[in-house]
Design a protein around this ligand. Structure first.
Ligand SMILES: C[S@@+](CC[C@H](N)C(=O)[O-])C[C@H]1O[C@@H](n2cnc3c(N)ncnc32)[C@H](O)[C@@H]1O
Length: 230
C-alpha cells in the first residue's frame, strides 16, 4: 500500500513511523510512505505557505495554492491519490473500521494541517473525508496522520509477525481486549488467574472472552449497543 502525506514537517512523520512493526513494514516495502512538503511548491517570494485569515482573527491559515500544487505534483509523478483525507478536529471521529477500510486500499493521501487550519476552498474541492482522532486540538495533523497510518498499517497482511495478531486487539470484534500477564521474577505467578496457567486452551479462550465482555460492559457499554450482548 502507498500512502502520500502532505506535511510541512516530513521528517516528523518519517521519524515517528520508523519504529517497531510499522518501521519494519516500511523497510520491507509493505507500506510505502511518500511525504511531500507544500513549502517546496510555494513559488511566492518567501516560500510562504500560510497567510492571515480573511475577516481577521487570531493565527494563520494554510494557503490553497501550495496545497493544490502539491497534489498536482503527486499526480504528475504518476502516483494515484486514492481517497484524500484531511486530518481535522472538525472531522468525523476515527474508528477502527475506518482504518480497516483504508488498509484495503492501494493508495490514500493524508493532509496535515498546521496553524489555524486550511483554506476551506481546498477542503471543499479536494478533500474526500475529514477525520478527527478525538475531541481535542493538537498543534498539527502530523501526529494524527501517524496514528492513522500506524492503526491501518497493523491491518495490512504481513505487517504483524505470526507471534502478533490484530485479531485479539481491542475494537477488532467490537469489544475491548482482555487482561494479559507474563513472567515476573519479582512477583512469580502471584496474581495470575489460575486458568492461564492451566494449559487448557478452551478454558483460556473462554476466560479471555468473558473478561473482554465484562470489561467492555463496564467501561464502554455503548460498544455493545444493538448486539445480543448489551
Ligand atoms: C491547531 S489545529 C487547528 C484547529 C482549528 N483552529 C480548529 O479549531 O478546528 C492545526 C491542525 O492540527 C490538526 N489537528 C488538530 N487537532 C486534531 C484532531 N483532533 N484530529 C485530527 N487532526 C487534528 C489539523 O490538521 C489542524 O488543521
Amino acid at each position: 500500500m502507498e500512502i502520500n502525506v502532505i506535511t510541512l514537517f516530513p521528517d516528523m512523520v518519517k521519524q515517528t513511523l520508523s519504529y517497531g512493526v510499522i518501521g519494519k513494514a516500511i523497510e520491507q516495502g509493505l507500506l510505502v510512505l511518500n511525504c511531500f512538503n507544500p513549502r517546496d511548491f510555494a513559488d511566492n517570494k518567501h516560500r510562504r505557505v500560510d497567510d492571515k485569515p480573511f475577516g481577521g482573527g487570531a493565527g494563520m491559515v494554510m494557503m490553497y495554492d501550495p496545497l493544490i500544487k502539491t497534489l498536482d505534483h503527486i499526480k504528475r509523478l504518476g502516483s494515484n491519490l486514492g481517497q484524500v483525507i484531511f486530518l481535522s478536529p472538525q472531522g468525523e471521529k476515527m474508528l477502527q473500521s475506518h482504518c480497516n477500510e483504508w488498509a484495503k486500499q492501494e493508495n490514500i493521501t493524508l493532509i496535515c494541517g498546521r496553524y489555524e487550519g486550511v483554506d476551506q476552498r481546498f477542503i471543499e474541492e479536494h478533500v474526500d473525508l475529514e477525520i478527527s482522532i478525538g475531541d481535542y486540538v493538537i498543534s498539527g495533523g502530523e501526529m494524527a496522520a501517524c496514528v492513522a497510518i500506524d492503526a491501518l498499517g497493523r491491518q495490512i497482511e504481513g505487517v504483524l509477525g505470526s507471534e502478533e495478531s490484530a485479531a485479539s486487539d481491542s475494537f477488532m470484534n467490537g469489544r475491548l481486549g482482555y487482561p494479559q500477564y507474563t513472567r515476573s521474577d519479582l512477583l512469580g505467578q502471584s496474581g495470575v488467574p489460575s486458568v492461564l496457567l492451566s494449559g487448557h486452551h478452551e478454558d483460556i479462550r473462554k476466560w479471555r472472552d468473558d473478561q473482554s465482555l465484562k470489561l467492555t460492559k463496564m467501561r464502554r457499554p455503548e460498544l455493545l449497543e444493538g448486539t445480543s450482548e448489551s
